[in-house]
Design a binder for this molecule. Structure first.
Ligand code: GAP
Length: 441
């Protein structure tokens, strides 16, 4: 399928109609660039996060998880350089009052109305709030604009608690907040979003090797979600483009239909050197060096960071799985989500309302094992289509024969293949299908 803007419109509308994503505060006109995940969206989001956590933390002996506070000590952001550097130059239109990032506007005319633009001014991207009852400078705290800084500030705690040998990683998934000047393109750029970050602490001379390793690993993870190879690409940063803390950086990009050049950032993998630990040592006056007991040596580790967004992965997964095809002369929309990510894994569909009671018994058998949907309304064809549209990989149909032969039919979403299975073997058969795939079980 061509990557086009029409696809994006269809997807945003599907997300709202079926309960994946809603605009926050919609009944009050909507809060720009804040999004609420609905019943299907929250399942898909959790499935993405669980997949990341398994891949990055649970299946490795040297990567450890944390979950740190969102409200952060202001000194963290002074030391990290965010208070001083984390801003974008912006311009305002004197006529329509529109606000734009200066680097995204050509010339001195407003891109919306042609009005005159102001001189660029710096605009802090950090959300500030006050801790305690008095709104004064001494009470200022920040909502974190990235999750990684509290990994650096906890480095010594984790090294002391677990005594890991270098190299090792610390990972977390959590909310981050940025007061983006131009938040747009649905959940691609919002002001409140979730990051999945891992900081890998290694010997300085090994950082290049770990950059290569993690770039390959991260690319493999996106492929494991079912995203096609041709939708992904790697883009190394040029020297001029590197962030102040990075010695090297590679972006994993996805073919987002709205991005200039056809691709946009999903995740950055960066060699952050010893910049962050060094900055927090300086700012806090504490020794954050790693003590190598065997060599009786202190070392400030280098950090290779993998930093991706949950919302961007969510969007890429949906865009990549959206298909329109025709079956038996009828059009259908189908989300070809991998079974691992699908919000509903199995739908139980009685052929007729008269079979509802018996079919509910089958749903009850499946429910302890997988998220199950039960649907009795409308023709069976319509119900299959509803399930295809939300990406449900398997439908179990209970028909009149089921009353006698105590068997049901499993239908697979993509191939439309069907098999008849005794109810008493249904859980075993479904377990095999989820473990090995439809064709291999
Ligand atoms: N710690 C490094 C860091 O935060 P970043 O490139 O600014 O690097 C990492 O952000 C990832 O976070 C991006 O690749 C993107 O997936 C996600 N992200 C950043 N800003 C975002 C926003 N405003 N809305 C949604 N996702 C965002």
């Amino acid at each position: 399928m061509a990557f086009d803007e029409e696809l994006m419109k269809k997807l945003v509308s599907l997300c709202k109609r079926l309960g994946f994503v809603f605009q926050s505060g919609e009944i009050y006109g909507g809060l720009q660039s804040a999004w609420d995940y609905g019943p299907l969206g929250v399942e898909l989001k959790k499935n993405i996060e669980n997949s990341w956590w398994n891949f990055m933390v649970r299946t490795r002996s040297n990567v450890f998880g944390v979950d740190t506070a969102i409200i952060t000590h202001p000194e963290v952001w002074r030391s990290s350089g965010h208070v001083e550097n984390f801003h974008d130059p912006m311009v305002d239109c004197r006529s329509c009052k529109g606000r734009f990032r200066a680097d995204q506007v050509e010339g001195r005319k407003c891109p919306e109305c042609g009005g005159e633009l102001t001189e660029p001014r710096d605009f802090s991207l950090m959300f500030k709030t006050f801790m305690g009852p008095v709104e004064e400078d001494a009470a200022v705290v920040y909502l974190r604009p990235e999750t990684c800084q509290s990994i650096f500030t906890n480095f010594r705690n984790i090294a002391n608690a677990l005594r890991p040998e270098l190299p090792f990683g610390i990972a977390q998934i959590g909310k981050a907040f940025r007061n983006e000047i131009t938040a747009r393109n649905f959940i691609f750029r919002s002001r409140e979003f979730e990051q999945m970050e891992m900081e890998f602490f290694c010997r300085p001379e090994e950082a290049g090797r770990w950059m290569e390793y993690w770039t390959a690993e991260r690319l493999a993870w996106y492929s494991s979600l079912g995203i096609r190879k041709e939708s992904l690409r790697l883009r190394p940063h040029s020297r001029e483009e590197l962030a102040h803390y990075a010695a090297a950086c590679v972006d994993i990009e996805y073919a987002f239909p709205f991005c200039a050049g056809g691709f946009g950032e999903l995740e950055g993998i960066a060699d952050r050197t010893d910049y962050d630990l060094g900055a927090h040592m300086k700012g806090s006056g504490q020794d954050l060096a790693y003590v190598d007991q065997a060599a009786n040596q202190k070392v400030i580790p280098y950090v290779v960071e993998t930093s991706g967004g949950v919302g961007r992965t969510f969007l890429a997964v949906l865009l990549d799985s959206y298909y329109e095809d025709v079956i038996e002369d009828r059009e259908r929309v189908v989300l070809r989500l991998s079974p691992e990510l699908a919000p509903v894994k199995v739908a139980v569909l009685p052929l007729s309302r008269k079979l509802e009671g018996d079919a509910l018994g089958v749903a009850d058998i499946l429910r302890p094992h997988w998220p199950v949907s039960f649907d009795v309304t409308g023709s069976i064809g319509k119900r299959y289509r509803r399930m295809d549209e939300i990406g449900t990989p398997y439908c179990v149909t209970f028909d009149f024969d089921s009353l006698n032969d105590k068997a049901v039919t499993i239908r697979e979403r993509d191939s439309l293949g069907q098999i008849r299975v005794p109810v008493e073997r249904l859980v075993d058969v479904m377990t095999g299908i989820f473990a090995k795939g439809w064709g291999n079980a």
